[in-house]
Design a protein around this ligand. Structure first.
Ligand SMILES: C[S@@+](CC[C@H](N)C(=O)[O-])C[C@H]1O[C@@H](n2cnc3c(N)ncnc32)[C@H](O)[C@@H]1O
Length: 255
């Protein structure tokens, strides 16, 4: 489904062994470069920097690049489990135990859910995001509090969640979805660079309604949908809705 030819390349530098970069380029069927200039046709690059796999566009080549950030968000308690507070926790619920994030992306919601102590599995279909996530979950495994508490890091499941959810061995209490909606408003706050890059590379998730239906079928108790505040609720009137800055968490309860 994904063809990154002409769009993405792997950039090798001294920080990582050539064999790893070659293997990554082969897995994604993209070229491997040792340097990039104005004539390079691709707009996006994967490269190891500062001990992480990073995604860069041409703007970011001289800057840091984007990796899946495994550190707690600003204001979040740095202990485990972090308190189940805020709109996301209210939507998921305190009695919920098992959660599947069906649209993991940069895993910022997943990692927040993990840090609040839920038992989490993560689905992602984009091969590039899967590479970045797998690098991040390896880094997470080595974090001191994860090692000290012997916490299992979330399981990463590759594939289209519509198919994966139809074949789950265990039914989760809650399925969480945050698909990409078309950007709409002129006056909205600028999306983060990480989300802009994701939209450029992957496009909008046009099958989000089918994903919602698959999630409702597959959940034991509820589906939580994260939406921009301007978007109509994906599954009609939700049972509950929790608002946060410029977004909502709509909760659908399974009958
Ligand atoms: C808006 S991003 C999610 C951002 C994420 N909540 C975070 O905190 O970083 C949407 C992601 O879901 C993935 N996605 C969308 N539909 C999917 C599907 N049907 N199956 C698997 N992954 C999907 C996209 O590839 C993209 O990486």
């Amino acid at each position: 489904m994904y063809n990154y030819i002409g769009k993405l390349a792997v950039l090798h530098n001294a920080e990582y062994e050539l064999a790893f970069a070659q293997a990554l380029a082969t897995r994604l069927s993209v070229p491997l470069y040792h340097s990039v200039d104005n004539k390079t046709p691709e707009d996006f690059f994967l490269c190891w920097r500062d001990g992480c796999l990073k995604l860069l566009d041409k703007d970011l080549l001289k800057k840091g690049g984007l990796m899946v950030d495994i550190d707690p968000r600003q204001g979040e308690q740095r202990s485990w489990p972090a308190p189940k507070e805020g709109a996301l926790a209210e939507a998921i619920g305190r009695k919920t135990r098992t959660v599947i994030d069906a649209t993991t992306g940069w895993a910022q919601d997943s990692l927040h859910i993990f840090r609040m102590g839920y038992d989490l599995k993560c689905i992602e279909r984009s091969p590039v995001m899967l590479e970045l996530l797998s690098d991040a979950f390896k880094r997470l495994q080595a974090v001191d509090w994860v090692t000290r508490l012997a916490l299992p890091v979330p399981t990463l499941i590759p594939g289209n969640a519509i198919d994966v959810l139809a074949q789950l061995p265990d039914t989760p209490d809650c399925i969480y979805i945050d698909p990409m909606f078309p950007a709409k408003r002129k006056k909205s706050a600028l999306p983060k660079k990480s989300m802009l890059i994701l939209r450029d590379l992957l496009g909008d998730d046009m099958d989000r309604e089918a994903l919602f239906e698959a999630a409702l079928q597959a959940t034991a108790k509820k589906v939580v949908v994260k939406s921009p505040d301007y978007a109509l609720p994906i599954g009609g009137k939700p049972a509950q809705s929790f608002k946060s800055k410029l977004l909502r968490y709509d909760v659908y309860i399974k009958n």
